[in-house]
Ligand binder design. Structure first.
Ligand code: GLU
Length: 454
């Protein structure tokens, strides 16, 4: 077990820039960040781009953007392709000490190299302790003299990772369980270069909901910035990822980043696989949305509103603020605003709706005289609400008795349709308050005019 006080904690997150960084990868970065911050240590971000064929600059930019979005600031940044000379040095020393050697290879294909650098495997059992998994022992014999570099300019991952962790003074290696089987090999290299063994904590496997193979569109392997584009909040994303394989030991579920820093511990990382549950993400995101200030909510709302709406002549910021609470109620991430706009569910606040006469009728009713009478009565009752008091409550009070006597559907459906031109919308009292008295009466008049024509 680790004690709660650590002298000079150094952690690192070491992504390889071989594809758009997946959302599931956020977890290890976060845990390393939290652990370093909690103990006043250093958090290193290291770009592991030794695979020259698969590594791309754009993917490095991509994960940097991800961490910028999330606000996970690193204290130092390294790129392995800048450190070839250092690795070469280590390779030469190992060879001089006969702990590694140049090995002639029989090329299996044309163009394949005829020499690689192999590690002289002492072929022993390697026991190590993992903070999450407990004590583990691996027999490294079957690994043979594994390759640590293609040549002096092209060291391989197992080698560079060990050299870097040593050079950077990394004290804790927190990473996913897929790296457990890499650990014994890396420990052998550590021993050969005289490096201190870091403390290991391998986080649980992250599973998708079906606990099945991942498809490309699986929420767990989506490129992380798609969640930004969909209007998820970074704080919510971090909160959600933190709980995938760690628990605070309390009932608390909603955390800010600094609360996570305070609560995080390796002891509470859990062993069983954690399921990436998109509904839970929606819930957590909604909770974070609720905690934003009105101005922050409005800024997100506006940025996700379709340009077609923002350019309507009737578009005003004050109206946006009025609609805000009803919209916030309906969404769990801001990207849903784009679909609401596309479905025409927001434009009627800013532009006159178009109507289809038939739809003014409640269900199967087709009595135009009755409909007309109800619309006229509705207009009179609503018209009686004082100008300065035109609130949802007052509009409701003005209509309630009449609506109950006449049939709520019979009265409230045509009103709602008159105000929105939509079959689905917030309740008519809410709509009336948002639109204001003049606009409300004007739209009822338009419905009356149409009814006359039926
Ligand atoms: N670069 C490795 C990867 O992306 C991670 C290395 C490590 O965490 O030890 O899988």
């Amino acid at each position: 077990m680790t004690s709660t006080k650590h002298a000079a904690v150094v952690t690192r997150f070491a992504p390889s820039p071989t594809g758009k960084f997946h959302v599931g990868g956020i977890r290890s970065a976060l845990y390393n960040y939290l652990f370093a911050r909690k103990h006043g240590g250093t958090y290193i971000l290291r770009c592991e781009d030794t695979d020259r064929v698969r590594s791309k600059k754009e993917y490095e930019e991509y994960f940097l953007d991800v961490f910028r979005w999330l606000g996970l600031e690193h204290d130092a940044y390294y790129r392995q392709s800048d450190r070839t000379a250092l690795y070469r040095d280590y390779l030469e020393k190992l060879i001089a000490a006969d702990k590694a050697y140049l090995s002639k290879e029989e090329p299996k294909e044309v163009g394949q190299r005829s020499e690689v650098i192999r590690f002289r495997n002492p072929n022993k059992k390697v026991p190590f302790h993992d903070e999450v998994l407990g004590d583990i022992i691996f027999d490294t014999e079957e690994l043979g003299d594994f390759v640590i570099a293609r040549d002096f300019e092209n060291p391989l991952y197992h080698f560079t990772v060990v050299v870097d962790d040593h050079e950077m003074g990394v004290t804790h290696v927190i990473r996913g369980q897929e790296h457990v089987s890499n650990t014994p090999r890396q420990i052998l290299i550590q021993e050969a270069i005289g490096a201190k063994r870091p403390i290991y904590a391998h986080g649980s496997v992250i599973l998708n909901e079906a606990r099945a193979k991942l498809s490309k569109r699986d929420p767990l392997v989506r490129p992380a910035l798609e969640y930004q584009e969909d209007g998820y909040l970074p704080a919510a994303m971090l909160n959600f990822m933190a709980l995938l394989g760690w628990n605070p030991g309390t009932e608390q579920e909603i955390f800010t980043l600094s609360e996570l820093v305070d609560s995080f511990s390796l002891e509470r990382m859990q062993k069983p696989g954690a399921v990436f549950n998109p509904e839970k993400l929606e819930w957590i995101n909604k909770e974070h949305i609720k905690r934003l200030s009105r101005d922050e909510q409005a800024a997100h709302f506006e940025s996700f509103l379709a340009p077609e709406i923002k350019t309507l002549p009737g578009y005003e910021k004050t109206k946006l603020l009025k609609i805000l609470p009803t919209v916030i109620e309906r969404i769990s991430h801001f990207g849903e605003i784009t679909s609401l706009s596309a479905a025409g569910e927001l434009s009627y606040y800013f532009a006159e709706p178009t109507y289809e006469k038939e739809r003014l009728f409640w269900k199967d009713e087709r009595d135009s005289t009755k409909l007309l009478e109800r619309l006229v009565k509705t207009k009179t009752l609503i018209g009686g609400v004082k100008d300065g008091d035109f609130t949802r409550e007052n509009v409701k009070n003005a209509l309630w008795e009449y609506a109950n006597g006449e049939g709520r559907g019979q009265v409230l459906w045509p009103l709602r349709y008159a105000l929105s031109g939509m079959e689905k919308s917030p309740d008519p009292f809410q709509l009336a308050e948002i639109l204001g008295k003049d606009k409300t009466l004007e739209r009822i008049d338009r419905a009356i005019a149409i009814t006359h024509g039926t």
